[in-house]
Design a protein around this ligand. Structure first.
Ligand code: ARG
Length: 477
């Protein structure tokens, strides 16, 4: 650290004027947010550069002052990026740390930057800018996961597995179809994320502390520089609104609920009892005592992290529920749950995206499980209906055939024609076509059905429905 912020004494705090005695040291540490909000330094500097440009456009700053401020801010950005910036808790947060350092570097002009602005609209702007970038990052890795699932679905379009209801074998489905169900969930999540981005993309700057400012500011110009789609229409709401963060946490909670459901299936499927998949050694760990173990740690941990993300959603909802307008210090508590959510969601998505190509599918085991579980019983009932039997009667006939199969340890397709005919005389040799697993899945040949042909068509449609989200690049500002 090559510099130290000169405002490191209490009386040098930007707001020290009104105070006669120093802040208690513990209060200072307790109220500081720089430990976690410094991650928004790039957004804070971009916001300040845009604000300075706007102030010079409307004549509040001279061109020279504006240039000095921008130069100073860019140098500070470099200092931070080189890890040469001395962050100070005395200076509370990222905003005051950067502002104080600016004054250190360029003198009195630095003190003019905060004209017509407050930390209240500044922090609300920083969070939105930060989220705008993070939403793009989350979406990139979410897209990578969906694409990985599609590739696997393509390979497994013909693979037959048991479909379950109540975790009991129900009807055969294709594994590709099962994977596409996951894609549907993730596409909805992507829609929620893109929708959240619309609410994030609104600029609070100009609201100042709460009521707006007496300077002749041009908020549309600042918004244009920062690439915001809109300016916040009400200053009181602008500084206190955190709905967009709650929306993000609601998106994240739903996404994690989905990832947790995938996890649950992968954990079951990789057990010796199911043995449908092998997750790949790099995503599992062993046991220090039981040599045979290969534990599905990644899905387990993703399932576990879901609880913490739900907690963050409830934190933020609770944080907001009791607050009168406008800004309250409570709002500082928005960041840690939000940042932790962003980090963990990106981590979980990355692991899942990396894991997809590594999954080894044990097709024979899947098939065997579908074959031995009377999974074509509904197909036999449908066959009887096609041959004139009422559905309820057909249901009962097949029930008896299954009972016979259980007692004699035979699946329906393993029974002879004579055995089957004991239950109904409409049954003929053609019945074996519907009792095969291939016949069963191929017959569900409509949009949304499990037939391999439909799965292949659905894969193409999913690929077309993937949403891309972009955000303006502020690094050149
Ligand atoms: N660190 C504060 C936060 O995160 C910045 C805004 C402070 N505003 C104030 N009036 N104390 O919310």
């Amino acid at each position: 650290m090559s510099n130290s912020n000169s405002s490191d004494t209490n009386t040098d705090k930007p707001w020290a004027g009104r105070f006669t005695s120093p802040t208690d040291a513990f209060v200072e540490a307790f109220t500081a947010s720089v430990g976690f909000d410094k991650r928004m330094y790039r957004q804070d500097i971009a916001g300040s550069i845009a604000h300075a440009k706007m102030l010079s456009l409307v004549g509040v700053l001279t061109d020279e002052e504006c240039e000095a401020i921008i130069e100073g801010l860019k140098d500070i950005r470099l200092e931070i990026e080189r890890d040469e910036f001395a962050w100070s808790t005395v200076l509370e947060d990222v905003h005051m740390n950067i502002e104080a350092r600016l004054t250190d570097r360029i003198g009195i002009t630095g003190k003019k930057l905060h004209t017509g602005r407050s930390r209240n609209d500044q922090v609300a702007t920083d969070i939105r800018l930060y989220m705008r970038d993070q939403i793009v990052e989350v979406n990139t890795v979410l897209t990578r996961l969906i694409t990985g699932l599609l590739e696997l679905a393509e390979k497994e379009a013909d693979t037959i597995m048991p479909g379950f209801t109540h975790l009991q074998t129900a009807q055969p489905v294709t594994f590709g179809h099962h994977l596409l169900a996951w894609c549907e969930m993730l596409l909805r999540d992507q829609g929620r994320l893109a929708d959240c981005q619309k609410r994030v993309d609104v600029m609070p700057l100009g609201a100042a502390a709460l009521a707006g400012t007496t300077y002749p500011i041009d908020r549309y110009y600042t918004a244009e520089l920062l690439g915001f789609g809109a300016v916040a229409e009400n200053s009181l709401d602008a500084v206190s609104d955190r709905d967009f963060a709650i929306e993000f946490l609601a998106f994240a909670s739903t996404l994690m609920m989905h990832l947790s459901r995938f996890s649950e299936e992968l954990i079951l499927w990789s057990s010796a009892q199911f043995d449908f998949v092998d997750l790949g050694d790099s995503f599992c760990t062993g046991s220090s005592i039981m040599p045979q173990k290969k534990n599905p740690d990644v899905p387990e941990l993703v399932r576990g992290k879901t609880g913490r993300i739900y907690g963050h959603l409830i934190s933020l909802l609770t944080l907001m529920k009791g607050q009168p307008l406008a800004y309250n210090k409570d709002n500082q508590e928005d960041k840690e749950p939000l940042f932790d959510t962003i980090d963990n969601v990106k981590g979980c998505l990355r692991l899942y995206a990396d894991m997809m190509p590594q999954i080894e599918v044990k097709r024979d085991n899947m098939r065997e499980a579908a074959r031995s579980g009377f999974s074509t019983a509904t197909d036999l009932a449908d066959y009887l209906v096609r041959n004139g039997v009422a559905f309820r009667d057909a249901h009962e006939i097949v029930g008896k055939a299954v009972r016979y199969g259980v007692d004699n340890k035979k699946d329906l397709s393993e029974m002879s024609l004579e055995e089957l005919q004991q239950f109904s005389d409409v049954i003929e040799a053609g019945v074996f076509e519907v009792l095969t697993l291939e016949g069963s899945v191929a017959a569900r040949d409509h949009i949304g059905g499990t037939a391999p042909k439909q799965v292949r068509a659905a894969i193409k449609r999913v690929a077309d429905r993937i949403i891309s989200i972009t955000a303006p690049d502020l690094s050149t500002l």
